[in-house]
Design a protein around this ligand. Structure first.
Ligand code: ZN
Length: 137
């Protein structure tokens, strides 16, 4: 961050450390939640499983048995998408780009955008109620 900050003409607006960047992102609503997970990807330890010490499906321990402190062996990071999308639609120019797949996309069998792909088209066909709103991405 210091190198990056030194390379830019305005020095007083950028954060000075990675920690400060993380705090900034958290304050802007771009944070994430860490959730303990089964090392075999069976479950997330949240809700009714929040206090479990081992996976209810494979019985793998949640915490490393050799450590004194309870530190989960595997952690998942959850990035809520709703707030991120809302922020993208707050700026008129970006909102226009967010609707590009509906407003400007040309159906000519050339792959230029994710909306040209088979998966996007297939999803739109099966979920027409979702595809009917151009803000849905
Ligand atoms: Zn498991």
């Amino acid at each position: 961050m210091e190198l990056f900050k030194a390379a830019l003409p305005t020095r007083d607006t950028l954060p000075t450390s990675f920690y400060e960047v993380k705090r900034y992102m958290q304050d802007l609503g771009f944070g994430y939640t860490i959730i303990d997970a089964c090392p075999n990807n069976c479950v997330l330890f949240k809700g009714p499983l929040q206090s479990e010490k081992e996976c209810p499906k494979c019985q793998h321990p949640r915490y490393n048995p050799g450590k004194r402190d309870e530190v989960a062996i595997k952690k998942a990071r959850y990035f809520p998408i709703k707030g991120r999308l809302q922020r993208l639609f707050m700026m008129k120019s970006i909102a226009k780009d967010m609707r590009w797949h509906n407003d400007k996309c040309v159906d000519d069998d050339v792959l230029r955008h994710s909306a040209d792909g088979v998966s996007w088209k297939s999803f739109d066909r099966y979920h027409s109620w979702f595809a009917s709103d151009p803000r849905n991405v």
